[in-house]
Design a binder for this molecule. Structure first.
Ligand SMILES: [Zn+2]
Length: 345
């Protein structure tokens, strides 16, 4: 069978949209019909060549989606044909099958354990999580990356407690989910920090109680003031080394925690005054919000279904697959928080 897919052929160039031949399933793989795929900065960085050399081109991409199981490789037990599923780069239980090779006019096109910028995708069992049939598939696509990363950074990595003050530096898709996670955790105040006033407005609709425009002077002081004079937790989601420094500077001495979520460009480093550690500040990294999909995805689903985790502001704009390059451009320009690719046309 064939599928329409977006392909990274050359770094820094627009993605090609073309028909690929889908290979037969290996044991542990699942054929999924993709319903909606999110687009995140990881794919933008890949496409623009900001992650360094890429030995896999030409390759498929995308790592967060929703869809339906259409065919099972041998040995797959976690899902059944017809199931609605979340596709995610985060590994859960099940077979871990690293990759797939599609064919494109006699040329090989690589794909990892999960890719989502295609109508049909061959996915490793461990990148799938079953979804209850009444869960909305648009929201479900966000459960593959921004929700677990953003909410998890707050509730798992920082282990936020009710009443703690939180600042989120960078309120794109993942940052807005961190804001929503802070709201779910009962944090207050919740300070959103960004250079883009449009994103600050959206962060307010996701639960931010204060906003700080990061292009003005004295960002650290204004964030601490907005947090009521003492900031317990900072979540950094920009990938900019100077903002990582600001996050650590802003948290309080003796127990303040800064969590770094953002991906810096390849080769960049961050300089830190070690005195901050002697003051008792903590710096933490995170692997996708320290999410365990089998444990956490059902929890996030319940939060969405009960209305406690509102994702609607993130779903403002959808595109069809042939418009994938427009989606990447709009994400880069900051005019859309989380482009959603609707595979139905
Ligand atoms: Zn992502």
């Amino acid at each position: 069978m064939k599928t329409m897919a977006a392909i990274l052929v050359e770094l820094g160039k627009p993605l090609a949209v073309a028909e690929l031949e889908v290979p037969p399933l290996k044991p542990g793989q699942v054929l999924v019909e993709v319903a909606f795929s999110g687009v995140c900065h990881t794919q933008l960085s890949e496409a623009r060549g900001r992650r360094g050399a890429d030995p896999y081109v030409p390759h498929c991409l995308g790592h967060e989606a929703s869809g339906w199981v259409r065919e099972l490789g041998t040995g797959v037990r976690k899902v059944q044909t017809g199931d609605a599923v979340i596709l995610s780069w985060l590994k859960g239980s099940g077979a871990d099958i690293p990759g797939t090779v599609y064919a494109w006019n006699g040329r090989d096109v690589n794909a990892g354990g999960v890719t989502t910028f295609s109508r049909f995708a061959v996915v490793s069992e461990n990148r799938l999580t079953r979804l209850s049939p009444d869960f909305p598939l648009r929201e479900a696509a966000l459960l593959g990356c921004p929700v677990p990363t953003g909410v998890g950074a707050v509730v798992n990595t920082a282990a936020a407690r009710p009443g703690q003050s939180v600042a989120v530096f960078g309120v794109g898709g993942v940052g807005c989910c961190a804001v929503a996670g802070a709201l779910v955790a009962g944090c207050h105040p919740i300070v959103a920090v960004d250079v883009n006033p449009f994103k600050l407005e959206l962060a307010r609709s996701m639960g931010a109680s204060q906003t700080v425009l990061a292009s003005d002077a004295d960002v650290v002081k204004r964030v601490v003031d907005a947090a009521g004079g003492s900031l317990d937790l900072a979540i950094e989601v920009t990938g900019i080394p100077s903002v990582m420094q600001q996050a650590l500077l802003a948290v309080r001495p003796r127990g303040g925690i800064a969590v770094i979520v953002g991906n810096a460009r390849h080769g960049e480093t961050v300089e830190i005054n070690p005195r901050l550690f002697n003051d008792g500040k903590q710096l933490r990294g995170t692997w996708g919000g320290d999410t365990d999909p089998d444990r956490d995805f059902p929890r996030y689903c319940r939060l969405v279904q009960s209305g406690k985790l509102g994702l609607a502001p993130l779903l403002s704009r959808s595109y069809h697959l042939p418009e994938i390059n427009q989606a990447l451009d709009d994400l880069e320009a900051g005019t859309v928080l989380r482009p959603l690719i609707d595979m139905s046309a």
